[in-house]
Ligand binder design. Structure first.
Ligand SMILES: [Zn+2]
Length: 297
């Protein structure tokens, strides 16, 4: 895949217009032993109180902006990824993503975003240094996944970019949950998926829709490759099949008329589709309310 992969790297320029873990453990946590986090937990009590009061009150209690999304460029060790790394740096794609996030959100501290070769196909949020990392191996994994499903080189590339956008915003979801100490009443991995879906569908237009659909496709293709006895039912992440259907349900629910094909063409069972509109509205309202005190506008 290398030749086509790198020849088409230029398209990556679209990728991080705004930015999107993902697999296995995508959160590194040292909360119990990190002094700076003990300090930030003090603030969190006040944050939690704000989050449980009404949305209008939330909107009035804007937070002090003490941080930014900051791009960090690590040296790429694997020569395989040098070209894609060069292009990302040259085109300042991460910087553009950071700028867009900084225009939208107040931060109590800096959050670092980076792409690098990690030795595994993953993306993750690290609460020790407040960083979101997308591994080049994950980007390559998506390309190979879509190619294995019969996509042309170009189509696999487009789907790859879209799926990475979803993955990046999933990690941003973990970062926001931790940084803002957001209350959760369910599985954090599912919440991060829904955060990514919410931002994609509400703020990124057709690019966002393609990101959620590409992620759904990637989850479905991955699920077919894993035999049932190889699935880890104890994992924090939902099963790939569930993540795939959840993505479809929320997309359909965001606009049942526009996305009627998702049900009419049999991608989503009617039984699930019946409540997707209310499921989407609840998800969107919840994230809107949680982020209200942290919005700049
Ligand atoms: Zn995650």
């Amino acid at each position: 895949m290398s030749r086509n992969f790198f020849n088409l790297c230029a398209v990556l320029l679209i990728l991080f217009i705004i930015t999107a873990c993902f697999c296995r453990s995508d959160r590194n946590s040292g909360r119990s032993i990190n002094p700076k986090l003990i300090a930030s937990n003090t603030d969190s009590e006040e944050q939690t109180q704000v989050n449980v009061i009404s949305e209008s009150d939330n909107a009035k209690k804007k937070k002090a902006d003490r941080g930014d999304f900051i791009v960090q460029h690590d040296e790429v060790k694997n020569p395989r990824y040098k070209e894609i790394d060069r292009q990302i740096k040259e085109e300042k794609e991460l910087e553009k993503a950071a700028q867009r996030l900084n225009q939208s959100l107040i931060l109590p501290h800096d959050i670092y975003i980076r792409t690098k070769d990690c030795g595994e196909a993953n993306a993750f949020y690290d609460d020790l240094d407040y960083s979101v990392t997308v591994c080049y191996e994950l980007i390559e994994h998506f390309y190979k996944l879509f190619k294995s499903n019969g996509d042309s080189d170009q189509k696999a590339y487009e789907n790859m970019f879209d799926a990475v956008r979803f993955a990046f915003l999933h990690e941003i979801g973990h970062a926001l949950i931790d940084t803002y100490n957001l209350p959760l009443t369910g599985n954090e991995e599912d919440a991060a998926d829904r955060c990514s879906t919410y931002i994609n569908l509400e703020e990124l237009g057709d690019d966002g829709v393609r990101a959620v659909i590409a992620a759904s496709d990637a989850f479905k293709i991955e699920s077919r490759k894993n035999l049932p006895n190889e699935r880890n039912l104890a994992d924090e992440h939902l099963l790939q099949e569930q993540r795939s259907y959840n993505s479809l349900c929320l997309t359909y629910g965001s606009n049942p008329t526009k996305f009627a094909y998702i049900v009419n063409d049999g991608y989503l069972p009617q039984e699930r589709a019946a409540r997707c509109q209310s499921e989407y509205e609840r998800t969107a309202q919840s994230w809107s309310k949680l982020l209200a005190p942290w919005r700049k506008s």
